[in-house]
Design a protein around this ligand. Structure first.
Ligand SMILES: Cc1cc2nc3c(=O)[nH]c(=O)nc-3n(C[C@H](O)[C@H](O)[C@H](O)COP(=O)(O)OP(=O)(O)OC[C@H]3O[C@@H](n4cnc5c(N)ncnc54)[C@H](O)[C@@H]3O)c2cc1C
Length: 551
C-alpha cells in the first residue's frame, strides 16, 4: 500500500560498514610515523570489524539494556552481583582479544603504546562505558608487576586474551579484570580525606593480609575480579588488592549498596560499596598509598585523552556524513558556506586531538625505550594532565556542536549523537577533574624544570616564522615567574595555552600546511571566536572536509 504521508525523503542513511582506521588519514600517518606500522594490518582488520553494522549495534544495546544490581538471592543470601546484557560482554571480549588491557605490558616492542592507543581510539568510537574496566586493568598491571609474589600468581590471568565473565574466585577463572576504589563521600580529589581503615590480620606491611572496613562512593565495574583500594592503617593511607572472593572461596565482604543512576557511561555499572572486614593484601609501601595508586593515574589519564579524541572523531564523522546527505535550501548542508566553516573547524579540532594523543603515546613508549630522555618525560608528565584537561573539556562543546549539525534528529535517542553528548563529560570529571589536572601541570613543571625548558625550546623551534605561536610560547615562560597564588589562579589559562602551543607545533610538523595554518590562524592568532564555525575566510580550504572524512 502507498501511504503518501509516510514517504521518507531527505533523511541521511545510517552510517555503517566503513573502516574506522583506513578512513582516518591523520591516524594512519601517525601510526607509521610513531613506529607502530607493525600493527597496521591489525588496525585495518579491526577498523573494518568495528565499523560493521552489528558491531555498532553492540554499543547501542549495551547502553539501552542497563546493568542491573542483585544484592541478594531468592532466599536472602548476599550475592552483590551485577547482571549485564550480552552486548556488554561481547564488547569486553573484543577489547580483550585485541589486548587493549595489557598490550604494552605483555609485549616489549617499539611503538607498542602507539599501537594500543590507535586501537583504543577506534574502540572508543563504538562504545565508551566498556572501556572503563579495560583501562583500570591496563593501569593496574604495572603497579602489580612491582609485587613479585602476587604478580606471579596473577600474571597468566591478567595477560589472557579471552574475557571470562563468570563470577568465581580469580584462581578458577581464565582471565581477570581489575578496578580501583579511591573516592569516598567526603572527597574524591582530596583522597587524603579517606576514612576506610585497614586492620592487619596476618603480619603487616607490603604483601600482608588486612581487613578493610569503610565505604567507597564511586566504585566502577564492581564485577571486576579485584579492585585496588585506598585504606588507612596506623601509619597512613595504603593501597590494597581487594578480590571479589576471599582466598578460602567465600565471597569477600564488598557489599554493593546501589548502582549510580548516571547521565552517560550507562553501559558501565558504577556502584557505591561498603567493606565489612573485607580481605585485602597490601600493595606497595605502607603509608605510601597515594603515590602507589597515582602511578596508575598517568595511564588512566592518557586513556581519557584517547577516549575523548575517539569520541570527537566519531562525532565529526557522523556530522560530516549527515551534512553530505541532508539538503536544505536546495543544497547539501556540507556545501553551504557557513556549515563548511563549522565542519572544517571541528575537523581541525579533531585532528589536533588525534595528533596530541599519538604524541603522548610516543612519550609513553619512551618511558621504557629511553627512560632518561627529559624531553619525553616532560611530554609524558606535564602534557598528559594538560591534554586530559583540554581535550576532555573540548569534547563537551564539540559533541554538542556535532549534534546540532544533525538538527532535531541529533537530539533523539535512537540516533548516535545523544549518546555521545551524554558520554562526553565523564572523561573530564573522573581520573582528576579539570582544575586538579591544571594544578598537576604546575606541580609537574616544578619537578621537571629541565624537561620543561627543553619542551619550551622544542615548541619555540617548531614554531618557525609564526610570530603568534612564538609569542604564545614566550608567555608560557613568563607566566611561571608569577607568585604561586596567582599561578594557581591562572592554571587553566596556562594549561590551555600549553596545549594549544603543543597542538600547533604538531600540526605544523605533521598536517598539510593549509590545515596547520588554519589551526594557527584560528587558535593562536586570536582570530577565532568562542564557538566552532568562526574560521577566518582565508583559512577555510575546500579540501579540509575531504581529508577529514574521505568516505
Ligand atoms: C561515572 C563515574 C565513575 C567513577 N568511578 C570511580 C571509580 O571506579 N573509582 C574511584 O575511585 N572513583 C570513581 N569516580 C569518582 C571520580 O574519580 C571523582 O568524582 C573525581 O575524582 C572528583 O572527585 P569528587 O567527586 O569528590 O569531587 P571533588 O573532589 O569534591 O571536586 C569537585 C570540584 O572541585 C574541583 N577541585 C578540587 N580540588 C580543587 C582545588 N584545590 N582547587 C580548585 N578546584 C578544586 C575539582 O576539579 C572538581 O571540579 C567516578 C566518577 C564518575 C562520575
Amino acid at each position: 500500500m502507498q501511504w503518501p504521508t509516510h514517504e521518507v525523503s531527505n533523511q541521511a542513511p545510517d552510517l555503517h560498514d566503513y573502516n574506522l582506521y583506513t578512513t582516518d588519514l591523520a591516524l594512519v600517518a601517525g601510526v607509521q610515523r610513531e613506529q607502530a606500522g607493525w600493527h597496521e594490518q591489525d588496525l585495518i582488520r579491526y577498523g573494518a570489524e568495528l565499523g560493521m553494522r552489528q558491531t555498532l549495534q553492540l554499543g547501542q544495546l549495551a547502553n539501552h539494556h542497563l546493568p542491573e544490581l542483585h544484592t541478594h538471592d531468592r532466599v536472602g543470601h548476599r550475592i552483590d552481583t551485577v547482571e549485564f546484557h550480552p552486548s556488554w560482554h561481547q564488547l569486553l571480549a573484543m577489547q580483550r582479544r585485541e589486548n587493549l588491557h595489557a598490550m604494552p605490558w605483555s609485549q616489549a616492542r617499539t611503538g607498542v603504546h602507539v599501537a594500543r592507543t590507535a586501537t583504543y581510539y577506534l574502540q572508543a568510537q563504538v562504545e565508551s562505558g566498556s572501556l572503563c574496566p579495560t583501562t583500570m586493568t591496563f593501569a593496574a598491571i604495572p603497579l602489580l608487576q612491582q609485587e613479585p609474589a602476587l604478580f606471579a600468581a596473577l600474571e597468566a590471568k591478567l595477560f589472557a586474551r579471552e574475557h571470562d565473565p563468570r563470577d568465581l574466585p580469580w584462581a578458577q577463572k581464565h582471565s581477570m579484570l581489575i578496578g580501583m576504589g579511591m573516592t569516598e563521600k567526603q572527597g574524591g580529589s582530596d583522597v587524603r580525606s579517606n576514612t576506610t581503615v585497614a586492620r592487619a590480620v596476618h603480619g603487616s606491611g607490603r604483601g600482608a593480609e588486612y581487613a578493610l572496613t569503610g565505604h567507597k562512593w564511586f566504585f566502577s565495574a564492581p564485577m571486576c575480579d579485584a579492585h585496588l583500594v585506598l585504606a588507612r592503617t596506623e601509619i597512613g593511607l595504603s593501597c590494597f588488592f581487594v578480590p571479589r572472593w576471599r582466598p578460602d572461596g567465600s565471597r569477600n565482604a564488598v557489599l554493593i549498596q546501589r548502582l549510580k543512576d548516571k547521565l552517560g557511561n550507562r553501559s558501565n555499572s558504577s556502584s557505591e560499596v561498603e567493606f565489612q572486614d573485607a580481605c585485602g593484601v597490601m600493595v606497595g609501601e605502607e603509608g605510601r598509598g597515594i603515590p602507589t595508586i597515582i602511578e596508575m593515574a598517568n595511564h588512566t589519564r592518557l586513556d581519557c585523552v584517547i577516549g575523548s579524541a575517539g569520541l570527537m572523531r566519531n562525532a565529526l564523522v557522523q556530522a560530516i556524513h549527515h551534512a553530505r546527505h541532508r539538503n536544505a535550501f536546495g543544497h547539501p548542508l556540507a556545501e553551504q558556506p557557513l556549515m563548511r566553516n563549522v565542519l572544517s573547524d571541528l575537523a581541525l579540532e579533531s585532528e589536533a586531538a588525534t595528533l596530541l594523543m599519538l604524541r603522548l603515546a610516543r612519550a609513553a613508549d619512551a618511558s621504557r625505550d629511553t627512560p632518561d630522555d627529559l624531553l619525553e618525560r616532560a611530554w609524558r608528565r606535564i602534557l598528559t594532565p594538560a591534554a586530559k584537561f583540554w581535550i576532555c573539556k573540548r569534547t563537551l562543546e564539540f559533541s554538542g556542536e556535532c549534534m546540532e549539525v544533525w538538527g532535531g534528529n541529533g537530539y533523539i535517542e535512537n540516533a548516535p549523537m545523544a549518546r555521545m553528548y551524554r558520554e562526553a563529560p565523564v572523561n573530564s570529571i573522573w581520573e582528576g577533574s579539570g582544575n586538579v589536572m591544571c594544578l598537576d601541570v604546575l606541580r609537574a613543571i616544578e619537578r621537571e624544570t629541565e624537561g620543561f625548558a627543553l619542551l619550551l625550546q622544542d615548541l619555540h623551534d617548531t614554531a618557525g616564522t609564526h610570530a603568534g605561536l612564538r609569542a604564545l610560547v614566550a608567555t608560557l615562560r613568563s607566566d611561571l615567574a608569577l607568585p604561586p597564588p596567582q599561578q594557581e589562579m591562572q592554571a587553566r589559562r596556562f594549561a590551555q595555552r600549553l596545549v594549544l602551543a603543543a597542538q600547533a607545533s604538531l600540526m605544523l610538523q605533521h598536517a598539510p600546511a593549509s590545515v596547520a595554518e588554519a589551526f594557527i590562524a584560528s587558535r593562536i592568532d586570536a582570530e577565532c571566536g568562542r564557538v566552532f564555525g568562526t574560521l577566518p575566510a582565508a583559512a577555510l580550504q575546500h579540501d579540509m572536509l575531504a581529508r577529514a572524512w574521505p568516505a
